[in-house]
Write a protein that binds this ligand. Sequence first.
Ligand SMILES: Cc1ncc(COP(=O)(O)O)c(C=O)c1O
Length: 393
Amino acid sequence: MQVAKKIAAITPSATLAVAAQTKAMKAQGQAVFDLSIGQPDFPTPAFIDAAAKTAIDANQASFYLPATGLPALKKAIATHLATRGGATYDPTQIVVTTGAKFALYSLFSVLLEPGDEVLVPIPAWVSYIEQIKLAGGRPILVPSAATFKVTPAQLEAQRGPATKAVIINSPQNPTGAVYSRAELQAIGDWAVAHGVLLIADDIYRDLIYHDVAYTSLTELSPETVANTVLISGVSKSYAMTGWRIGFAAGPRKLMQAMATFIGHTTGNATAVAQYAALAAYTGDDRTVFQMCDAFEKRLDLVWPRLSQLSGFQLEEKPQGAFYLFPRAIEAAQMTGFSTVDDFAAALLAKTGVAVVPGRAFGMPDHLRISYAASEATLKAALDRMQAFMKKYR
Ligand SMILES: Cc1ncc(COP(=O)(O)O)c(C=O)c1O
C-alpha cells in the first residue's frame, strides 16, 4: 500500500515527537522536567468546566450544530473581539473550527491554487509550513531580524507573482516577540499595496505582559482589516487546548468558502466544547490575567538564569506568550555536539530536561523553551542544565 506523495513530503510534528519521548521516559519511572510543552500548565477555569457540564445535562451536546458554529458563540466571539479593541465582525464573518489549527488548514485549503506561495516569517510555529504544503501551496520562508520580527523590506525581497498571503503571528511562537503598532501598520500597508492577504495568528494575544502595548492587525485601517483573516481561539488564553475550539474571522467570501470546506470535513466543532468556549468568551476574564501574570513571573525567574548559562544567547526579552528561543549552537559545541538537535537529545536522555530543537521552527541553531511549567520544575530544569554544561565542558 503506497501512501500519497503529499503525505510522504510532510515532516511529523517535532513537538509531538518530544512529547512522545518524555511520556515514554515517565512511564519507565524516569524524572522528566518538561519545558517542551506548548500549552498552559493550568487547568481550564472551573466556571468553563461547569458550563460544559450544564450543556450536557441540558441535552445541548447531543446533536449536530451548524457547521460554522453555534450562533451564540459566533456572536460572543464578535463581542469579545470588539471589546478587546479589534474590528467589528458580523457573525457571518466568523467560522468556528476544531482548534485554530483547523482554521488555518481550512483557510489554506480554500485560498491556495497549486503552486501559490505563502510568506512565512522565520522562526515560525511548526505547522504553518506543513499545512501550506498539504493544501498544495508553497511556503516561502522569510528570515527575520535579531528581533525575530520581519519588515516590509524583508517580505518584499521574497514576494513574487505567486505570492498570495503572509502569516503574522504576534505574540509569536516560539519567541514571545510582539509586533508594535507601527511595525504592523507598515506590513499592513505593504500587503494592501501588493494584494497580499494578511493572516493574523493572534492566538496568544491575551498573554501580553505588563507595560506592553498590544496591537492586532485587525485594529488598523479599514483597508488592512478588509485584507486580513484573523485566526484565534480559546486554547492558550483560557487553558483549553484539549477542547479544540478555534475560529477564523475575515472577508465574507473566504469565510463562506471555509464553511463549505468545513461542512464536508469536520462538520461542526464538538458541541460541548463550543458551549464551554461560549462561557469562556462571555465570562470573567480574571483567570486569563492571573495566568498571564504567572507566566510573566516565571519569565523573570528563567530569563536571568538562562542569560548567564554559558553557550546560551538570548536577544529580545519576550513580551508575551510563554516561550524563550535562545541561540544554543555554542552550548552544543561546548558540550561536544555539532547540532542543537543532538544537544537537545542528550540533554533529555542525561538530565530529563525536555526542550524542542529550533530546526522545527526553521532556525536549527536555536532551541525552544516553554516556561508554562511550575516554578519548581523550572528551577530544577535550570539546575540540571547548568550541571550538564559544567560536566561536559
Ligand atoms: C502560533 C500558533 N498558532 C496556532 C496554534 C493552534 O492552536 P489550537 O489548534 O490549539 O487552537 C498554536 C498551537 O500551538 C500556535 O502555537
